[in-house]
Design a protein around this ligand. Structure first.
Ligand SMILES: Nc1ncnc2c1ncn2[C@@H]1O[C@H](COP(=O)(O)OP(=O)(O)O)[C@@H](O)[C@H]1O
Ligand SMILES: [Mg+2]
Length: 253
């Protein structure tokens, strides 16, 4: 279930159609399953880029191709099943934990794979969670992981993850990272994730996309990016982030 993804001269304007560019001319290609960390300071457009790829926001320039086919040629619901976005601020669907887990199968009229749901809930550290509990009553970290499992049950080939581990405690963060690495290794899932945790980026990703100055300034193998960044901007970014670490804020209520 692996996918190919091409970004061709993607751009987004602020206050489109006539505003300045948040970013432009972003071109990149993923031909093999990969884990890509998208790094850059706040306000560079990382979330906006993910939302464009998830077809939740329209670009102002360029195009995206999934499996060689342009975004506009896909039915939106088919696109979003194949390349799915998980937001930094998880939104629970009304009802119980189980209602949330069943959402993908209900939406797509497929049988609910209870065993798979249970396995992923276990792997992500939510094995104790009562499926009859109202989803709204969960803690921030529980909601974040439930929204991830809910999305995984769509069986997407590409996962777009926006700072999904930033509100998690150390144990839950590690469980989430391990689950994602496992999906990548065994299902060929491509993962594009935005993170501010350099250790997480270093240990999990094969590539880094570094955004600065309205561009994709570096698209590098992860090891190369961290050991020998090509640009002064990336060197400064790595230095400032390293100075800011460690920052483990624990789970938000
Ligand atoms: N459609 C839009 N119109 C105007 N401003 C936008 C739009 N989309 C994003 N922005 C602005 O662009 C900036 C970067 O957004 P974001 O993608 O959230 O960056 P990052 O995730 O890198 O922090 C923010 O200041 C945001 O308010
Ligand atoms: Mg963001």
């Amino acid at each position: 279930m692996s996918a190919t993804l091409q970004l061709q001269t993607l751009g987004k304007q602020l206050g489109s159609p006539s505003g300045s560019w948040l970013f432009r001319d972003i071109s990149a290609s993923i031909q093999e399953p990969a884990i890509v960390s998208i790094l850059g300071k706040s306000g560079q457009g990382k979330s906006t880029l993910l939302r464009i790829l998830g077809r939740l926001t329209a670009q102002d320039q360029g195009m995206v191709l999934l499996d060689g086919k342009e975004m506009e040629q896909w039915a939106p619901e088919h696109w979003r099943m194949r390349i799915s976005y998980v937001s930094q601020a998880p939104v629970m669907l009304p009802g119980t934990v189980e209602d949330n887990l069943r959402a993908a199968s209900t939406l797509h009229q497929r049988p609910f794979d209870r065993q798979q749901a249970r396995l992923w809930m276990e792997q992500i550290g939510l094995e104790q969670l009562d499926w009859g509990k109202q989803a709204e009553q969960l803690s921030g970290g529980e909601k974040q992981r439930l929204s991830l499992v809910r999305t995984l049950l769509l069986l997407p080939a590409v996962l777009l993850l926006d700072e999904v581990t930033s509100s998690l405690d150390g144990y839950s963060k590690l469980a989430t990272q391990n689950l994602l690495a496992d999906l990548h290794a065994h299902r060929g899932t491509t993962i594009l994730w935005v993170t501010h945790d350099l250790e997480e980026a270093r240990t999990t990703s094969s590539r880094v996309w570094f955004m600065a100055e309205g561009q994709l300034l570096e698209d590098q193998e992860s090891h190369t990016f961290f050991s020998a960044p090509a640009t002064e901007q990336a060197r400064l970014y790595l230095k400032s982030q390293t100075a800011a670490e460690p920052r483990d804020e624990g789970e938000t209520p």
